[in-house]
Structures are given as structure tokens and as C-alpha cells.
Design a protein around this ligand. Structure first.
Ligand code: NAD
Length: 476
């Protein structure tokens, strides 16, 4: 492999303030609680101090959302709401480079991903739901909004998860209080500025920053009508318990342990690209990552050889370098979790191989890693690692592949690689996964519903289905 010269994207386009308040009722206000720091995971540089919203702050945000809901947003016609959503979508496109650079700095993901995937899909999501705002009567879910939505999101796709939450909620006439994850608050705060720039009526979108306690305050607030959560299965279960017995409507998008299944008739070079994209895209911090490779025994050796050769060419390093394939792990805590599970994999007898690469001295890094000789009982085959770590299992027949693929408490996504269309259809029917990709992986489109079976959660985001979680239903 030849060397690439550094090709850093300039960070001059972003203006990170030393400290940030909360966005409540259309204004940035000081929080009444403490503050926390957000760091660049690629360098450990402190980027800014961010307010940690207290119960009182959350209450103020919910009150602002309620006022905006009753007085303005729920009374506005769908076509008027659509104008705001279109305006937000266009501003996101116009400020796309700024958003992409800020996302890469705060999250650690490679600029080529934030620039070419996250931000364009965010804009597409707002465009898509802007289109629904005046057509709700054709949705099949009624036209009546729920009220105030409390939304809590994770750190792996900070702005994209915000878009998945806010765009359908607003299109349906709800107002929102959203909390970004504590390690990645900055693009949500820039989004708040975009709401101001778009002249969105005050209180329609409120952004409160903080950690688990702030999330708990949103979820348990009595005047929140709808809870939308994306994050870990453990926290999802706690939220389900917290809202049980209330009238709150809930959608949960939780963890995954997807099987990426390669048959012996698959085009192997393309399959190897799909395996790499499936587990090393976004450092493997992807709920629907193809973290379990199931490869047909007759081609297993060949696939592994090609995969290792391909992995050795992945460039790991500075997220702002346009040639970087794999960026930084999002936090010290996440890095410790990836290390722990990988060590357990080795201790349980699986064979570990990591791509040879020089990791930067500062920041949080983990080399792309693959485990072979993995059995279904191993923890690395069962638990979500949420990092650039692939577990490889083999199978002989389609039925064995299905049995192994479905042998998981999760059910978010799966991939099938084969030359036969009939096999794709039969596998897709039998896989207990919300999304099944065929001869591709990790493709996202706002028109397509996304969501899980079993412990991967309930409710769907995206597409017409994504409206259901924000409307009262046909007969109300
Ligand atoms: P996490 O559950 O630790 O945190 C998610 C969010 O919940 C954060 O904003 C956090 O501050 C908040 N939170 C923590 N405790 C809370 C509580 N008790 N009440 C309310 N809010 C609380 O998850 P994470 O580590 O940030 O994200 C990784 C997880 O997210 C993975 O399991 C991944 O699979 C999942 N995920 C799922 C999807 C999906 O669409 N299914 C998408 C992305 C990520």
C-alpha cells in the first residue's frame, strides 16, 4: 500500500464557544445546575463546558414546549409547519460543512462519514418529513398530535438521531424537549441556533444538555405525553419501567447484535467490502452493525484471508483527515468496555487478530479487530460490543445460518450475501430482524422504516411508519 499525504479538513469553519447554556423557549439560557465538559475523543482536548440541566430546567423546557404546543404549533396548518421544516432542511444543507466538522470533532467519527453520510441523511430526513406535514390524513395513523415529546438520544450519530426524533415529531404537530448524549452535545446546540435562524416559534424545539439524571427528569416529567428513546437496552428497560402505568406513549430504539451472513455463491470481494462497512463504519458504534459474521464453511478460509488483507489497508487516525477510514472511540468509558469484552473473547478461547496500524498517542483508539473460532456461547457472540470488533462464526446450511442468526436477544438488523434472489427472499422471511439488507449493509433512507424486534426495542422510525409514534391514531 502506498502512503497517503495528510489531507486535513480545516476546523476554522466552526466556532466553538467556551461554554454553552440550555436552549429553552427559543433562547439560550444559563442552567440552574452544574456544568460538564465535552472533549475531543481524538485528542482529549476539552472543547467546551456545557450546562447540566436540573429538574427545574427540564420543567422550564417542558412548560415552554407545552405553551408552544397549545398556542402555536398544534394550531398551525400542516403546510405552514412544512415551511419551517423545509427551511431547517435547507439551512442544514447550507451549513453542512460546519455541522460535519463539528460532529467529527465532538464525536471522533471520520470527516468523510459525517460529511457524506450523517449530514446529508439528516437534511434528507427533514425534507422527507416536511413532505408529510400537510398529508397526515393519508398516513393511516390519524392527524392528531400527541402534545409534548421528551426525546433522549445516544452519542453514536448525534445529529442524525436528533433528526430521526425531531423531524417526525414536528411534522405531526408535536413540540419537543430533546437531550443529546453527554459526550456529544455540540451539534444539537448548533441545531438550536439553526432553529433560531429558521425563525421557528419559541418553545417548539427545546434542547437540554446533561447526563442520565437529566434524561430521567425528561422521561418522568408528568406533562410529557410521549417518550422517544434511543440508547442501550439497559436504560431502555429502565425507561419502560418508569413510564409503565402512565398515559405516555413510548418508542424505544435499543441495541443490536446483527448477523451478516455470507453464502458461498456471494461475490466475495463485494461481501468483504460489506463486512468492513458493516462493522468498521463509525468505529462499529452502530446499533445495527454487522458485528456477527456468519460465513459458509466452504468459503470461510478464503473470506478470512481477503478480509484481513482488506483490514490491513484501513487508515485509522485523525477524524478530520479526509483519508481516514476509522476514527476515534467516542469516550474513555466506551474504550474500556471494548477492551474488556475483547479480553474476555480471548480468555474464552476465541482467536484475536487486529489490523496492523499505528494508533495516535493521545485520544481513545482501538485497532480494527476480528475474532475467529467464536462459538455461540461466547460473550463476544452474544453481547453488543459497540466498537470495531467482529466475531466470526461459520455455518453449513441456510437453516443453520437462520438458527444462529436468530439466536440472540436482539433483532435490529441483518445482512445476506448471495447470488440467488430466491434465497434472499426466503432468508429475509425467516430472519427476526427489523431491517434485512441484501448484498449491501448499513444503508439508511428516510423513506424506509427502521426499528427492532425483541430487546432491540419497539416502534419504528423513518418512513410512513415513523409517523405512528407521534399521532393519536385513527379513532381519536
Ligand atoms: P445509553 O443508554 O447509555 O445513553 C443513551 C442516552 O440516555 C444518553 O443521552 C444518556 O444520557 C441517557 N440516559 C442514561 N441513563 C438514563 C436514564 N436512566 N433515563 C433517561 N435517560 C438516560 O446509550 P449510549 O451508550 O449513549 O448509546 C449506545 C447504545 O445506543 C447502544 O446500545 C446502541 O445499540 C444504541 N443505539 C440504538 C439505535 C437504534 O436505533 N436502535 C441507534 C443508535 C444507538
Amino acid at each position: 500500500m502506498f502512503e497517503y499525504a495528510p489531507a486535513p479538513e480545516s476546523r476554522a469553519i466552526v466556532d466553538i464557544k467556551p461554554s454553552y447554556g440550555l436552549f429553552i423557549d427559543g433562547e439560550f439560557v444559563d442552567g440552574t445546575g452544574k456544568a460538564f465538559k465535552t472533549v475531543n475523543p481524538a485528542t482529549e482536548e476539552v472543547l467546551a463546558e456545557v450546562a447540566e440541566a436540573s429538574d427545574a430546567d427540564v420543567d422550564a423546557a417542558v412548560k415552554a414546549a407545552r405553551r408552544a404546543y397549545t398556542r402555536v404549533w398544534s394550531r398551525m396548518s400542516g403546510s405552514e409547519r412544512a415551511k419551517y421544516l423545509y427551511r431547517i432542511a435547507r439551512i442544514i444543507q447550507e451549513r453542512g460543512r460546519e455541522l460535519a466538522v463539528l460532529e467529527s470533532i465532538d464525536n471522533g467519527k471520520p470527516i468523510k462519514e459525517s460529511r457524506d453520510v450523517d449530514i446529508p441523511v439528516v437534511a434528507a430526513h427533514f425534507f422527507y418529513y416536511a413532505g408529510w406535514a400537510d398529508k397526515l390524513k393519508y398516513s393511516g395513523f390519524g392527524e392528531t398530535p400527541l402534545g409534548v415529546a421528551g426525546q433522549v438520544i445516544p452519542w453514536n450519530f448525534p445529529l442524525l438521531m436528533l433528526a430521526w426524533k425531531i423531524a417526525p415529531a414536528l411534522a405531526c404537530g408535536n413540540t419537543v424537549v430533546l437531550k443529546p448524549a453527554e459526550t456529544t452535545p455540540l451539534t444539537a446546540l448548533l441545531f438550536a441556533e439553526i432553529c433560531q435562524q429558521a425563525d421557528l416559534p419559541p418553545g417548539v424545539v427545546n434542547i437540554v444538555t446533561g447526563a442520565g439524571d437529566t434524561g430521567r427528569a425528561i422521561v418522568s416529567h408528568p406533562d410529557v405525553d410521549k417518550v422517544a428513546f434511543t440508547g442501550s437496552t439497559d436504560v431502555g428497560k429502565a425507561i419502560a419501567r418508569a413510564v409503565a402505568g402512565t398515559n405516555k406513549k413510548v418508542t424505544l430504539e435499543l441495541g443490536g447484535k446483527a448477523a451478516n451472513i455470507v453464502f458461498d455463491d456471494a461475490p466475495l470481494d463485494q461481501a468483504v467490502e460489506g463486512i468492513v462497512n458493516g462493522i468498521f463504519f463509525n468505529q462499529g458504534h452502530v446499533c445495527c452493525a454487522g458485528s456477527r459474521l456468519l460465513v459458509q464453511e466452504s468459503v470461510a478460509d478464503e473470506v478470512m484471508e481477503r478480509l484481513k488483507r482488506r483490514m490491513a489497508t484501513l487508515r485509522v487516525g485523525d477524524p478530520l483527515d479526509k483519508n481516514t477510514d476509522v476514527g476515534a472511540i467516542n469516550s474513555a468509558e466506551q474504550l474500556a468496555k471494548i477492551r474488556e469484552l475483547s479480553d474476555i473473547g480471548e480468555a474464552e478461547g476465541a482467536e484475536r487478530w487486529s489490523a496492523p496500524c499505528d494508533l495516535p498517542a493521545n485520544g481513545y483508539w482501538f485497532a480494527p479487530t476480528v475474532f475467529t473460532g467464536v462459538s455461540q456461547a461466547h460473550r463476544i457472540a452474544r453481547e453488543e460490543i459497540f466498537g470495531p470488533v467482529l466475531s466470526v462464526l461459520t455455518f453449513r446450511t441456510p437453516s443453520e445460518a437462520i438458527e444462529k442468526a436468530n439466536n440472540t436477544p436482539f433483532g435490529l438488523s441483518a445482512g445476506v450475501w448471495t447470488d440467488k434472489g430466491s434465497r434472499i427472499l426466503s432468508m429475509a422471511n425467516r430472519l427476526r430482524a427489523g431491517v434485512v439488507w441484501a448484498n449491501t449493509f448499513n444503508k439508511f433512507d428516510p423513506t424506509s422504516p427502521f426499528g427492532g424486534y425483541k430487546e432491540s426495542g419497539y416502534g419504528r422510525e423513518g418512513g410512513r411508519h415513523g409517523l405512528e409514534g407521534y399521532l393519536k391514531g385513527e379513532d381519536s
